[in-house]
Design a protein around this ligand. Structure first.
Ligand code: TMP
Ligand code: ZN
Length: 402
């Protein structure tokens, strides 16, 4: 398949094997067949974006039972409140209009709404749209594409800001999204979006950033090239520490001068070979090593008679569990705070997901930290577990137990 963003040829560099849909938590003993896809990553010769080789069934992924809730992390909730304040502070028109694509439970737009600013959240997950509406956010359960964009512009006028967090990378039909942006954005408006950064994935070896919902892994180089195909310029980039390393990209219609940060990040990507096949193949070799190391650590714990549980049934964990062939035999339970996931089993790997034990006495000896991107928040919260001698297994940036 050619590149979904620009149509050029692609080359494969990573094969993570047969994988389920990462958020398709299963009801125990569900007799229906599980949906599987072949998870392979390719790099484009034209725009240099990294993407999945095979199509993903978006309608089966983002629907009225989508279980991911932005507000499940306190740090992310404060990140989005701060983001909203910054977006609002940058608004100059007398009656501004802010659009968020992938507004989830309205965590970001709630702050915009509280300022009395016209806004609209668009998200195909109807359950999360309901939660956003309950927070007085104006949101609709729809897919963002060229048709939706035209309707939004007719109804509300052009958008001063279109914002998206952890959403652009979810949408295989990126050309449809960009056509929509061309339609809905005001002449002097900006598109601001943040997603996991390819440079961080290579640096940390965080292969679990690759799963069905992360169809693209962007970089400054690839975003600048894709934007240029649609009359947009990448005018700013900002590296963010959240979610294991992201970049926030700001696009404007052609004509605006980029900040020095854009050229600097593109130069770094050139220098470190971010899109070069040897670099990407070295990353893939490191991933295969990590599988063996992680399995070894889990088997050592088992042989030593120490209990292990997974910490947080993240979407990312689907890649780790299925690629490393970890099932209930090696990891009997994964704990997670999300009610929609509790009482179900992890996709593909069939491990029960439960609420965290109330009592520290019921905690395991060791946690396998799937939510490593929230490590600071979690380690602070679980201080008693650590003081009692509890240990963490991590696999990013390397496999270790301490
Ligand atoms: P993600 O933000 O990396 O995708 O992970 C979110 C999942 O992690 C979500 O299911 C909630 C869960 N989680 C916990 O169970 N406990 C925590 O302390 C945090 C921060 C997340
Ligand atoms: Zn391309």
């Amino acid at each position: 398949m050619p590149c979904r963003a620009c149509g050029d040829a692609v080359t494969q560099f990573l094969d993570l094997g047969r994988q389920p849909l990462s958020d398709a938590f299963r009801i125990p003993d569900d007799p229906s067949d599980e949906f599987w896809l072949h998870l392979r990553a390719v790099v484009c010769h034209g725009c240099h974006v990294v993407q999945l080789a095979d199509p993903v069934p978006v309608e089966r992924m983002f629907h009225e039972e989508y279980p991911f809730r932005t507000s499940s992390s306190r740090r992310m909730a404060s990140h989005f409140a701060a983001t909203a304040e910054r977006l609002v502070a940058g608004l100059e028109s007398p009656d501004p209009f802010v659009v968020e694509i992938g507004s989830n439970d309205g965590t970001m737009l709630a702050t915009v709404a509280a300022r009395g600013i016209r806004h609209l959240g668009i998200d195909p997950a109807a359950n999360m749209v309901d939660e956003a509406v309950a927070r007085r956010v104006n949101a609709r359960a729809e897919w963002f594409d060229a048709t939706t964009a035209a309707r939004v512009r007719d109804e509300f006028g052009p958008a001063d800001v279109v914002y998206a967090a952890n959403t652009m990378c979810h949408i295989p039909d990126l050309r449809g999204v960009f056509t929509g942006l061309e339609t809905v954005l005001a002449d002097d408006g900006v598109v601001v979006f943040e997603d996991p950064y390819l440079g961080d994935v290579l640096r940390l070896g965080s292969f679990d950033q690759i799963y069905d919902e992360h169809f693209y892994l962007f970089s400054a180089t690839s975003v600048a090239r894709i934007a240029a195909l649609h009359g947009f310029t990448l005018v700013d980039v900002e590296h963010l520490g959240v979610h294991g390393g992201e970049v926030r990209y700001t696009l404007a219609r052609d004509g605006r001068t980029p900040t020095p940060a854009v050229g600097a990040l593109i130069a770094t990507e050139d220098r470190t070979g971010t899109h070069d096949l040897p670099r990407l193949q070295a990353f893939a070799a490191g991933v295969a090593d990590r599988r063996e190391q992680l399995r070894d650590v889990l088997m050592d714990e088992q042989q030593a008679g120490r209990s292990v549980a997974g910490y947080a049934a993240t979407a990312k964990s689907a890649t780790v569990l299925n690629y490393c062939d970890i099932g209930p035999g090696l990891l009997p339970v994964v704990y997670d705070t999300t009610p929609e996931k509790q009482g179900r089993t992890t996709p593909g790997s069939g491990i029960p997901v439960e609420a965290f034990p109330q009592d520290l006495a019921d905690y395991p000896d060791t946690f396998l930290l799937f939510a490593w991107n929230h490590a600071d928040e979690i380690v602070a919260k679980e201080q008693e577990f650590v003081e009692r001698g509890g240990r963490w297994i991590r696999y990013v940036p390397e496999v270790r137990i301490d």
